[in-house]
Design a protein around this ligand. Structure first.
Ligand code: GLN
Ligand code: ZN
Length: 716
């Protein structure tokens, strides 16, 4: 049995990719240094493959993002040089970014409404593709590229797709071997879309012997047709794509094709259960003539390697496998299969168990998920209590994180400054921020989140049962990296996590200060999660810890609490049929968290506005106020709320904090007016559309002044 792998992280063990690209932006590296540095990364990745697997693509690298490269490959953009390329990635004319499937990777999105009448043509000479000049490059397929682009009218899609396929024809004339990635094949597709894919791909049939067609993230619902597409080898996910295995074990597999069997999980860090993989292989082997063992999704969702993680608990480390270790696992499965020996089951010795919290979750009753006081009654209590003006103003939590803030936090982590000194420093930052909020005249204050590196990592460090790594970096977009925590055990809260800072901030002002928490779904979405208990139990364990934190707030005079659920939409499964199960635990974990004193006003925050399909679920979350993105969508999003007669309050994110421009009052007022059509004015708040941690102080002050002016205008 042979082996195959693809999608190894481009980041480099020591984040070389980030350093090179950002170094080039900052003029610390020349173009030549950048190019040769990236080439070295590519070569090292190829060496890693060669050590463990038989076959892999040798042209996978990008200067920034593969989806942008695809747009360039087919001539939508023609940057003349590398500076032009990066213009498309960052700065004023940058493309918008959006989430890649249900992962936390973001790609640059091509907006076809700005490229009407585009003429696709193969653009291979472009520098960004020099890296793909290996003998076996990897590209995103035409369907996935268009399906994940925007600004394509329904009736236009067909023409665009059929126009785009010839670019791939031409590409295939230049190479003997191309890996085409079509993850969008696993989405819920219509019969028309499937027919269109068949029609388009049929034009590639002369090149069948050159095509390796890879899919991942879930199963394909139209396998019978898929398996007829021209490709000598096809990759299927046998981990998340459970239906793939069922189909093949019932219906077999075309004799002339190779099956690249995705058996090793590339979206989670746990070691492969090899006996289980071998079982699957046996089942496949009885139906398929030629199988190759592979990863089930691109490996870039994982950190590069476990080497160097010296501070991870050894017990935990023994259970883990990052990208490099996954390659070794692919090799190992083949070895065991070929030698017809079977390794012992992984020890199931549990680590980080907490019987007390397990029991608490087991004993949860329906009433634990339902607030005893209804929304309208709570509204009356809160109005009475807070006496807020019409269109109250607030912010989402974080304020600019200057170099100094980050340096102090790092020095504290490294033990260079003592606990007391650090606390005093954070307090002094809070003092300044409270003063500023008084000066500006905001209605509901925040403490600024100066003590937090990241909205998930901070809680991971303070909760039991979650580990953090030293260098387990992955890319969230471009050169931006983060370290997902690892949820390995039962989760509990040994002591209050955020109480000191919030209570301190409240002691400095008469205005209410919001307690600030990250919700269970978002903590789960941006972590690697244990798989030995249901994810719903993990969510309820986190929910119970967060609830204890809110109860501590309440005992200490905090009466407004925000629970951020930035990843609520993103975490939804790819297939709609899996939605009810997901939203059930997602909504319940939220309602469990906030089932505290009804006098407390509960806010939630989501950084986006794509609510059309999930608004009913959002409305099952029993918060009082939700703050959302409203700037890029110009207030139109409110129609979603109108349609369901939404009774909760809505914080309009009128300032797009992702853009470096200060929003003028008129523009924000306009958004407010559009939103005001049907929802009663008493139900609106005015706020930025996300935290301000990436902005600088000058623009923050100016923009907040405008924001407060906006609220005054609207009151008039
Ligand atoms: N409270 C967080 C902040 O203000 C929310 C961030 C987010 O939603 N991404 O930074
Ligand atoms: Zn946000």
């Amino acid at each position: 049995m042979k082996t195959y792998a693809y999608g190894f992280p481009r980041l480099g063990k020591n984040r070389e990719f980030k350093k090179l690209v950002e170094g080039f932006w900052g003029n610390d590296h020349t173009k030549e240094e950048l190019v040769s540095g990236l080439e070295t990364i590519q070569e090292e990745n190829i060496k890693r493959y060669e050590l463990q697997v038989d076959t892999s693509p040798d042209g996978e690298l990008t200067f920034y993002d593969q989806m942008l490269d695809t747009a360039i490959l087919c001539g939508v953009f023609s940057p003349e040089n590398i500076e032009d390329y990066y213009e498309l990635c960052r700065g004023k004319s940058a493309l918008e970014m959006t989430k890649w499937f249900n992962t936390n990777y973001h790609y640059l999105i091509t907006d076809f409404s700005e490229h009407a009448g585009v003429n696709f043509k193969l653009n291979l000479e472009h520098f960004a593709l020099n890296f793909k000049k290996g003998a076996f490059p990897s590209v995103i397929g035409p369907f996935t590229f268009l399906k994940l682009s925007k600004g394509i009218a329904k009736e236009e899609f067909k023409k665009l797709f059929l126009d785009l396929v010839p670019v791939y024809q031409e590409l295939l004339t230049k190479f003997n071997n191309v890996q085409i990635e079509e993850p969008a094949f696993v989405l819920d597709l219509t019969a028309e879309e499937i027919a269109l894919i068949k029609e388009g791909y049929s034009k590639l049939s002369d090149y069948e012997s050159k095509i390796t067609l890879i899919t991942y993230y879930d199963s394909i619902d139209w396998l019978e047709d898929f398996l007829q597409l021209p490709a000598k080898a096809v990759g299927l996910d046998f981990l998340r794509g459970k239906a793939n295995l069922e189909y093949i074990s019932h219906n077999g597999f075309p004799e002339e094709k190779t099956l690249i069997a995705g058996l090793v999980d590339a979206r989670n860090v746990w070691k492969n259960n090899i006996p289980q993989s071998i079982d699957k292989l046996r089942c496949l082997n009885s139906k398929v003539a030629d199988i190759v063992i592979s990863n089930a999704a691109p490996l870039f969702h994982l950190p590069v390697s476990l080497v160097g993680e010296e501070f991870l608990n050894q017990n935990l480390k023994n259970k883990l496998s990052f990208a490099e270790e996954k390659l070794a696992e692919i090799n190992l499965i083949a070895k065991y299969f070929n030698e017809k020996t079977i390794p012992a089951e992984l020890s199931s010795e549990s680590y980080g168990e907490n019987i007390d919290i397990k029991n608490k979750v087991k004993n949860l009753k329906a009433a634990d998920f339902i607030k005893p006081t209804a929304l309208a009654e709570r509204r009356a209590m809160h109005d009475e209590n807070f006496k807020l003006p019409l269109f109250p103003t607030t912010t989402i939590g974080s304020f600019p994180q200057t170099k100094e803030v980050r340096k102090n936090r790092l020095n504290f982590k490294k033990g260079k400054i003592l606990d007391l000194e650090y606390k005093q420093y954070i307090c002094s930052e809070i003092d300044k921020l409270i003063e500023l909020q008084e000066e500006l005249g905001l209605d509901v204050f925040v403490h600024g989140e100066f003590e937090r590196t990241d909205m998930v990592e901070f809680f991971a460090q303070n909760l039991e049962g979650i580990g953090t790594t030293d260098a387990g970096w992955i890319i969230s977009y471009g050169t931006r990296t983060y370290r997902p925590p690892i949820i390995f055990g039962d989760i509990s809260r040994p002591k209050p996590m955020t109480l000191d800072e919030i209570v301190y901030a409240q002691s400095k002002t008469k205005k209410p200060v919001k307690g600030m928490l990250t919700g269970a779904v978002t903590i789960i979405a941006w972590s690697f999660v244990r798989q030995d208990i249901p994810v719903s139990d993990v969510a309820y364990q986190i929910g119970l810890s967060l609830k204890e934190e809110i109860e501590d707030y309440e005992k200490n005079g905090i009466s407004i609490v925000q629970v951020d659920e930035a990843a609520f939409r993103e975490k939804a499964p790819i297939k709609k049929r899996d939605w009810p199960e997901y939203f059930e635990w997602a909504v319940k974990s939220f309602n469990l968290t906030i089932n505290t004193d009804s006098k407390t006003q509960i806010h939630t925050h989501m950084c986006y506005s794509e609510f059309s399909e999930i608004i009913e679920y959002i409305n099952q979350m029993d918060f009082d106020v939700i703050s959302i993105e409203a700037s890029r969508s110009k207030g139109d999003i409110i129609t979603f709320f109108e349609n369901i007669d939404f009774k909760r309050q809505v914080g309009l994110g009128v300032w797009d904090i992702h853009s470096p421009t200060v929003p003028p009052v008129a523009k924000m007022v306009d958004i407010g007016r559009r939103a005001l059509k049907k929802i009663p004015k008493e139900n609106f708040w005015i706020n930025p559309d996300c935290g301000l941690k990436t902005r600088n102080w000058d623009e923050t002050k100016e923009a907040l002044l405008n924001l407060i002016e906006t609220s005054k205008e609207l009151r008039k």
